[in-house]
Write a protein of this length. Structure first.
Length: 73
């Protein structure tokens, strides 16, 4: 999954995001709207981590997301 799909389905992912990073308020969640750089910035500021770690966490989170389950034949 890529960040275009994340942004397009941001509201559907709210539970997954808040489960991973509980410091996101509803207002912040709405403002971030799945924009990678803004989400990474919020994570690094809220959790006092560097940008590399924020991007690592985002990458791991992204790898676990599945918006469109694959059909099995």
């Amino acid at each position: 999954m890529n960040w275009d799909r994340i942004a397009g389905n941001w509201k559907l992912l709210k539970g997954n995001v808040t489960q991973q990073w509980g410091m996101f308020s509803d207002d912040e969640f709405d403002v971030l709207h799945g924009k990678h750089e803004q989400v990474a910035g919020k994570i690094l500021k809220s959790y006092a981590i560097n940008r590399d770690e924020a991007n690592k966490q985002l990458g791991a989170w992204l790898a676990r997301q599945e918006l469109m389950p694959q059909k099995r034949h």
